[in-house]
Design a protein around this ligand. Structure first.
Ligand code: NAG
Ligand code: NAG
Ligand code: NAG
Ligand code: NAG
Ligand code: ZN
Length: 272
């Protein structure tokens, strides 16, 4: 009798102590990794469209990003792109799959074909997602703009980086990013940041219609990839890779089919 009591006591203790712990741990793992970048993983790029119904476009879409930007299929068009950015309060967030800089309030906008697209956030991918004539670069930054009233609601400006001198803008964020290594969902106040400080370089850029390069892979994204390749130091790339979770240390989505989409090289001014 005593022994039986003792046994049920043990069973109860077991349920109280261990089961909640294991189920919470399982949830955390689940929560940490909605998708990853390993080609053969069950949550890898080839499976994204099957993981959730809302992510359908990742597998079924016909105008997905990234793509290779090759000279022979680029058509030249002269059209200026106007950027009008403003000083604005920002936070740095570790999203697990990348580090993002999010502006809160009016950070200004970019004017595309007569429509204003307010700036929301910027984030980094390494190596680059887009390639130019088959060449992949060390890093690619995306500045994401959103106008919920427009037909194409999202406009992304992309900048490519090769190894060289450190990027000055990223240097300013080093302390914040270093403080959130491998801490998913960590948010740090970055203070007032003017997006104009992000050096973008040339006025020439590639323009095509694509998608977000992470789930839900939403289509109708107006892409502007700057032609000028800027530089970033090896330490900066290393830090950004260390900061995100292991499953996203390399967070570039594989190349997507072009499907006969036109790609333009926009070259305002007299020379190309
Ligand atoms: C910026 O945002 C942070 C956190 O949201 C807040 O504490 C701070 O007061 C804001 N600064 C300004 C100048 O609005
Ligand atoms: C620009 O806007 C006009 C009308 O608003 C539209 O007809 C045209 O297709 C747009 N061009 C591009 C490249 O989106
Ligand atoms: C979208 O439309 C709403 C309502 O007219 C307006 O308040 C908002 O500023 C518009 N957004 C943009 C980005 O133009
Ligand atoms: C934790 C940390 O390094 N926070 C810094 C983030 O950047 C702002 C602006 O430079 C600093 O004021 C914080 O101390
Ligand atoms: Zn991106």
């Amino acid at each position: 009798m005593r022994e039986q009591r003792y046994l049920s006591f043990l069973v109860i203790i077991y349920f109280l102590l261990f089961l909640p712990a294991t189920s919470i741990r399982a949830q955390e793992v689940e929560h940490e990794r909605e998708f990853d970048y390993a080609l053969k993983s069950e949550k890898g790029p080839r499976m994204w469209g099957k993981l959730k119904k809302e992510w359908d476009a990742c597998n079924k879409g016909e105008m997905q990003s990234p793509i290779d930007l090759s000279n022979e299929r680029v058509r030249i068009i002269r059209k200026p792109e106007k950027r009008n950015y403003k000083l604005c309060n920002a936070t740095v967030k570790n999203r697990g799959h990348d580090i993002s800089l999010q502006w809160h309030g009016d950070a200004g906008s970019v004017l595309i074909n007569g429509t204003e697209y307010p700036l929301q956030q910027a984030h980094w991918h390494s190596p680059s997602e887009h390639t130019v004539n088959g060449r992949r670069y060390a890093m690619e930054m995306h500045m994401v703009h959103l106008n919920e009233n427009a037909t194409n609601k999202i406009a992304v400006i992309g900048v490519l980086y090769k190894f060289g001198k450190p990027d000055k803008f990223l240097s300013k964020l080093i302390r914040n990013i270093s403080s959130m290594i491998d801490k998913k969902d960590e948010v740090k106040n970055a203070g007032m940041i003017n997006p104009r400080e992000i050096k973008i370089g040339s006025r020439k850029y590639y323009r095509y219609l694509g998608s977000l390069t992470v789930p839900p892979c939403t289509e109708g994204v107006i892409w502007s990839i700057k032609k000028k390749v800027r530089t970033i130091s090896r330490d900066q790339v290393k830090l950004l890779r260390e900061a995100v979770h292991d499953y996203a240390a390399s967070n570039a989505r594989p190349m997507q089919p072009l499907n006969k989409r036109p790609v333009y090289l926009m070259a305002p001014g007299a020379t190309v």
